[in-house]
Design a protein around this ligand. Structure first.
Ligand code: GAP
Length: 455
């Protein structure tokens, strides 16, 4: 039996829309195909994914530095990189309904929509074109970048000299890329505008296989460290005939999405293809002088290339859970605490005028340190459910006893355990818990353990 993801895509899409993670682009005009807008919670999730990546590959290492290159680049860049000549997909058109398809998706079958006969395939370049300046002729054509990688290669020399890096070292970049994909779909999985997180890691030729293996492991473990379930993640090595024009070797990290196993990130050994091509095309020397051995050579490159949107989808699917507590359905996003859009919710037991000032004061203090939400609408149980559904790890509840003993109740999302803690030192307590520390003392009670419901 084929392996199957336990979560329906429709449920995730519906949650994303209902709670403000993802909206269809230009929805009031009927939407624009394959384009999506990230709402208040989606933008936080994406920022958290990017921050976690940046932290792991730049902040916590001393061999990788960052870059933010422009989306529009000199058109010769794309000639040198091979994209003008070769970044294409075979396109076929249905002779009856005129829908267009990527031939490789059809395995020689007839039109999937109406069964009509298809034209012979012709190559279709996936780069978006536009014009720079007011003259719209061939001399002014430029492209929206289809990968962030080339911005790194053309800055190799600039970054190496200004940051005084020696091999092996890497350059990391996060940014938008654009591909005029023939077929899109599966929500934010394949879109025409998307965000990439790419590293180009430059190494001495001959050490490339070691570093290739190193990065495959490093990147695989990054997803696990952020809570992806191991059974939903696998590695797939590309067959020789599948390799991109620049690649010596490539692994895909695949995730078990609702539509099946699909690429989440690619790790390629690009050899010296790109630097050699740019050196030739630009006439600039892009070799590296190894002052330890006295050798000069063009470095090889290992490239871990991830998609922000695809990661967001994988994290959402993996975190989505439903359970029944006391006969009531509870939808939970069990997002890793580093990825959760809102870290803490402050919930006064009611809108009572004696509770509100203290609740507002606590809210004011916590929001200085964490993304915090204040919610006082409807019953406390309902409010817990709302926070569960968006993945908020902790709720802080202020009740009448808080006015007497200066303590609040902290309720943990996954276990629903509740514990009473002093208001003094709350920031430090929450910070420790958001860094992964578990409850040090026995919880007051757990809804799961006792069968009691949140009240
Ligand atoms: N620089 C190498 C490169 O761009 P890729 O395998 O074409 O390699 C890398 O893309 C990653 O970018 C993919 O694993 C995926 O996560 C993301 N990606 C590529 N095309 C995408 C699309 N149309 N929509 C969303 N994400 C995409």
């Amino acid at each position: 039996m084929p392996e199957q993801c336990k979560v329906d895509m429709e449920k995730v899409v519906s949650l994303c829309k209902r709670r403000g993670f993802v909206f269809q682009s230009s929805e009031i005009y009927g939407g624009l195909g394959s384009c999506w807008d990230y709402g208040p919670l989606g933008v936080e999730l994406k920022r958290n994914i990017k921050n976690a990546w940046w932290r792991a590959v730049v902040q916590e290492r001393d061999d990788i530095v960052g870059l933010d290159s422009s989306i529009m680049m000199h058109p010769q860049v794309w000639v040198a990189s091979g994209h003008v000549a070769g970044f294409s997909d075979p396109l076929v058109e249905c002779k009856v309904c005129h829908l267009r398809w990527r031939a490789t998706d059809l395995n020689g079958k007839r039109c999937p929509d109406c069964g009509g006969e298809l034209t012979e395939p012709r190559m279709f370049n996936l780069m978006f074109k536009t014009f720079m300046g007011p003259v719209e002729d061939d001399a002014h054509v430029i492209y929206l970048r289809p990968e962030t990688a080339q911005g790194i290669f053309v800055n190799f020399e600039n970054v190496m000299t200004t940051s005084r890096k020696k091999l092996p070292f890497g350059i990391a970049q996060i940014g938008k890329s654009f591909r005029n994909e023939i077929t899109t779909g599966n929500f934010i999985f394949r879109t025409r505008e998307f965000e990439q997180m790419e590293i180009e890691y430059f190494v001495k030729p001959g050490t490339d296989e070691h570093w290739f293996e190193y990065w495959v492991n490093e990147r695989f473990n990054w997803y696990l460290s952020l809570g992806i379930k191991p059974e939903n993640l696998r590695l797939r090595r590309h067959a020789k005939e599948e390799l991109a024009h620049y690649a010596k070797d490539c692994y895909d990290i695949e995730y078990l999405f609702p539509m099946g196993w699909a690429e989440l990130e690619g790790i390629a050994n690009r050899g010296d293809f790109d630097l050699r091509q740019h050196a030739q095309q630009s006439g600039k020397d892009l070799s590296y002088f190894d002052d330890e051995t006295g050798e000069r050579y063009i470095p090889y490159v290992i490239e871990p290339s991830a998609g922000v949107d695809r990661s967001a989808l994988a994290f959402l699917v993996d975190a989505y859970d439903e359970e029944v507590v006391e006969g009531e359905k509870r939808v939970i996003l069990r997002l890793h605490r580093d990825l959760a859009p809102i870290k803490v919710a402050v919930l006064p037991l009611s809108r009572n005028e004696r509770l509100v000032p203290l609740a507002k004061e606590i809210y004011g203090e916590l929001r200085r340190y964490f993304m915090t939400q204040y919610d006082d609408a409807q019953s406390i149980g309902r409010r817990y459910r709302r926070q569960d559904e968006i993945g908020t790890p902790f709720c802080v509840t202020i009740d009448f006893q808080s006015l007497e003993d200066n303590q609040v109740t902290i309720r943990e999302r996954d276990s629903m355990a509740q514990i009473r803690l002093p208001i003094k030192g709350l920031v430090e307590t929450l910070r420790a818990k958001l860094a992964g520390e578990s409850f040090a003392t026995q919880p007051l009670w757990t809804a799961k353990g006792t069968g009691a419901v949140d009240q």
